[in-house]
Design a protein. Structure first.
Length: 459
């Protein structure tokens, strides 16, 4: 009989691949992801400096043209003529006009959708910046490049692929995301709680997977107990004992060791959250529920030994080819209410200048109406919230309100003026990623003139 000897690298690969099982493990996904996350824990000691990035991803492709809307007479008239059947009147927008510190070009005026009034308050208070016409790019891209099919991201306008390109830089099947790659670089600054560097409150997302760190998953209620899916306390305890049983076989013992640490981590998170007072968040709002557990984990940062963290939350339902006027305000209201409550929580916790929340989405939508909604687009508008943003600033491009105009690849699909890589690099720099490390996180960043869009404070 042949005896196989496994190197340390082979053992590490086994542990890494155990995390990959989460994609197909069904009800056991939290267990698989938590096991793999624990293998990346750092032995460093955390200091008292703390920063966190929180990605709010809007699945389905948010309609940017119904989120930040034109208000000046000329632009609004063009918008109303193009978006037949899905427009808002100037009177509906007057109370949510955005007046930035750096003026809109050409005497343009812009306003938030009325359902996003809470974000108007944040913007006016200097706690929010806007990134305009952001999209998935491989580098600076012109209309001529698009028409020639040169240097374009893969599978434009496809939900699954563009979600992956936005989160990971590659089409569906990518194994690491830029949030996870940022978290890789933060591990050395965290302590024994390094397994909590990358946390998803919304299930498995490629955005959060790194080369070394694997996302630790929580639910809105907190830590997900290992093996709780077996339905009874006695069955759970039996399974836990089996999982932790020592073995003379290297891989079995490696699995058991990670299981032991995972179960211990579950208890650690539960104990840490037990000491956190309740925080006020809207009820009946799934995004708010996710952000509430993020806020609670941030409140427990010292107990968990954290210095740098990346979080991921999400809300679906934005693929509105129809019923836009009826349904989009509901979704926008959930987003605005949740983000405002989360910002208020960071103020209460004394970390509003150390936690930055930002939005992402598959893509924007067409400016052209399809009668009752809009179709898949490309560039979109995004929000960045926190006291580390440059107050009342917008960056990027305010596109022409025109179909087949200078910023349009067809039907009002915006050719992005700035890439997700630039957007992410600006946030990553603030978190602590050095310029020399940026290409490890964003491989295409060297193709841009600037890796910093300037919407974050430098101090």
């Amino acid at each position: 009989m042949t005896t196989h000897h496994f190197s340390g690298a082979s053992r590490r690969e086994f542990l890494r691949r155990s995390g990959a099982l989460a994609a197909t493990a069904g009800a056991m996904t939290p267990f698989a992801m938590n096991l793999a996350a624990l293998s990346s824990a750092s032995a460093q000691t955390a200091g008292d400096d703390y920063r966190a990035l929180v990605c709010v991803f809007l699945y389905g492709g948010n309609d940017n043209h119904n989120t930040v809307l034109p208000l000046d007479t000329t632009s609004h008239a063009a918008y109303a003529a193009i978006r037949t059947g899905i427009t808002l009147a100037p009177a509906e927008l007057a109370a949510t006009e955005l007046v930035p510190g750096n003026a809109w070009p050409d005497s343009r005026r812009m306003a938030l959708h009325p359902a996003m009034a809470p974000l108007k308050t944040l913007f006016d208070g200097g706690h929010m910046a806007l990134a305009m016409n952001v999209g998935t790019l491989q580098g600076p891209t012109t209309l001529a490049d698009f028409r020639a099919g040169s240097g374009l991201p893969p599978k434009l306008f496809s939900h699954n692929d563009q979600q992956s390109v936005w989160q990971a830089g590659g089409s569906e099947g990518a194994v690491t995301g830029w949030g996870g790659r940022v978290a890789d670089l933060m591990l050395a600054g965290n302590g024994a709680g390094g397994m909590f560097t990358s946390i998803s409150a919304t299930g498995n997302a490629v955005f959060m997977s790194g080369r070394n760190v694997v996302q630790y998953q929580v639910s809105p209620a907190g830590s997900i107990e290992v093996a709780q899916v077996f339905g009874s306390a006695s069955a759970t305890e039996v399974v836990k004992r089996l999982m932790q049983r020592s073995s003379t076989q290297l891989l079995e013992e490696g699995h058991a060791a990670v299981a032991r640490r995972s179960i211990a981590a579950d208890l650690q998170v539960r104990a840490a959250l037990a000491g956190v007072p309740d925080l006020a968040f809207p009820a009946d709002n799934p995004l708010a529920s996710q952000l509430k557990v993020v806020a609670r984990l941030i409140a427990a940062r010292a107990t968990l030994g954290m210095k740098r963290q990346v979080f991921f939350v999400s809300l679906g339902g934005f693929d509105m080819h129809d019923s836009l006027i009826a349904n989009h305000p509901v979704q926008l209201g959930l987003v605005a209410g949740a983000i405002q409550a989360f910002y208020d929580a960071t103020v209460a916790l004394g970390v509003a200048d150390r936690v930055t929340t930002f939005t992402g989405s598959d893509f924007g939508r067409t400016l052209a109406s399809n009668g009752d909604g809009s179709d898949h687009g490309w560039g979109s508008y995004h929000f960045v919230v926190g006291d580390a943003v440059v107050a009342k600033k917008w960056v990027g491009q305010l596109p022409a309100v025109a179909v087949n105009g200078p910023n349009d690849v067809g039907s009002g699909r915006l050719l992005p003026a700035i890439g997700v890589d630039q957007y992410g690099a600006t946030l990553a720099r603030w978190l602590g990623v050095a310029p020399s490390q940026m290409a490890d996180v964003f491989p295409n960043i060297g193709r841009y003139t600037s890796a910093d869009l300037g919407f974050m404070k430098t101090a």
